[in-house]
Design a protein around this ligand. Sequence first.
Ligand code: E4P
Length: 287
Amino acid sequence: MKPEGLKTQIFLDSGDPKETKEMLDLLGFLDGQTTNPSLFAKSPEVQEKISKGEKYTKEEIYAEYKKIIQDISALIPGKSVSVEVYADANTSAEEMLKQAREMNTWIDSAHIKLPLTSEGLKAAETLVREGVDVNMTLIFNQSQAAGVYAATNGAKKGQVFLSPFIGRLDDIDLDGMSYIKNVLKMYRAGDGHVEVLAASARSYEHFLRCLQLESDLVTVPGKILREWAENNFELPSEDWQYEPGDLAPIPYEDMDLNKNYMQYNIQHDLTDKGIEKFVADWNNLLV
Ligand code: E4P
């Protein structure tokens, strides 16, 4: 049951439709779901084939992804489901657009996930103009978030999600939660056309802190939602404190949101590594 006073939309981060069903039964609601190539590769349907020593052709892999996305969407009709394009560091905007337009026909309520490369930003600009919803992923600093804001200026509310990654910043000893706070602060000075979908949440405390910060949306694995249910769908009190331990806080930077989007420095090593990992997980499934 959705607790009264909850400001944040709750998404499941999973490539498994069975988990969608389980979470719907447990929570009584889900506001949407995110997938990515690694989550797709872990999906039981995919794993069953791989465990038999079989692999996919390029056509088959898209057909399998489409089926999984359609199965998820059928369980949460009208709710956003993020579908990620296949892109490596050299994938052109044209190639991303081709995939995005096709994936957007799979279900009625897709957000097309694009990685934050300069070609990804170009593709986002075009898709938003075409009326396609996008979710910009692998975001690790404010400059990248500002670039997304600028590239998608004019989008309707709900059309653009930004996925800043918490856990992968924690992994390099930076406080990912302080970064979420910074992006929310920066965007709150804007017109609200990009919504923050806090991602890469690894702990129940990450989740609670996202609710406390009133992130627009948060996506979390099923195990965190199970823990939330065990805690009667609690909301953190005002005096509850997130403890980052030894993680170094990320300072807030004042940033102009109204430059030409090509002027923002969007390079980040974690984005590059994230793209490599998604590519590797996807390619491992191919013959
Ligand atoms: C969802 O949109 C993200 O791809 C996901 O939350 C990444 O999580 P991870 O950093 O735990 O892989």
